[in-house]
Design a protein around this ligand. Structure first.
Ligand SMILES: [Zn+2]
Length: 167
């Protein structure tokens, strides 16, 4: 068992996601800001969809949310917290859910020896403007604030910045 670590602030998480251009440090895949998937799913439901949808699931399960199971954005400790890695920005990296699960608490040394998820390499350059769909989150969240969870309201505040209309 690893000891629980204090949650990282949303401000810090967003700085890391933006610094890394919303791309997984380990496999180079574009990652997705998970809360947007819940809002998209609820919009589709509100539009009358009754059959099951697999856009969002709290635990990012493969059957409940296959996209997040693969590409959900998480913050990874480069040197694991359980082996003494800090929670300061230089030790944090953007990761996809898959790489995060595979890395788990491995030290960088152990991790480097393991077979990796094959990194994506773009033929025409790396994405410069991908944002994990976080701008879509802001648009959808502002449309219906009453339906937001406390955590989503906090994300909206952080993502939209300290502008007056984000309140
Ligand atoms: Zn990855």
């Amino acid at each position: 068992m690893t000891k629980p670590r204090p949650p990282l602030s949303k401000e810090l998480q967003l700085r890391v996601f933006r610094r890394d251009k919303w791309v997984c440090r380990w496999c180079n895949r574009p990652v997705i800001f998970a809360p947007v998937m819940r809002l998209i799913e609820s919009k589709v439901r509100n539009a009358g969809r009754v059959e099951p949808l697999s856009y969002y699931h709290t635990h990012w399960t493969r059957d409940g949310a296959p996209l997040l199971d693969e590409l959900g954005a998480v913050i990874d400790h480069i040197e694991a917290h359980s082996t003494g890695g800090s929670s300061e920005e230089p030790n944090l990296a953007t990761a996809c859910c898959r790489c995060n699960v595979r890395k788990s608490a491995a030290s960088m040394h152990e991790w480097a020896k393991r077979p990796q998820r094959k990194p994506i390499k773009g033929k025409y350059g790396e994405p410069q403007h991908w944002d994990g769909l976080s701008a879509l989150f802001v648009v959808l969240a502002k449309r219906d604030r009453s339906g937001l969870t406390a955590s989503e309201k906090d994300w909206l505040r952080v993502l939209a910045g300290a502008t007056a209309d984000a309140r």
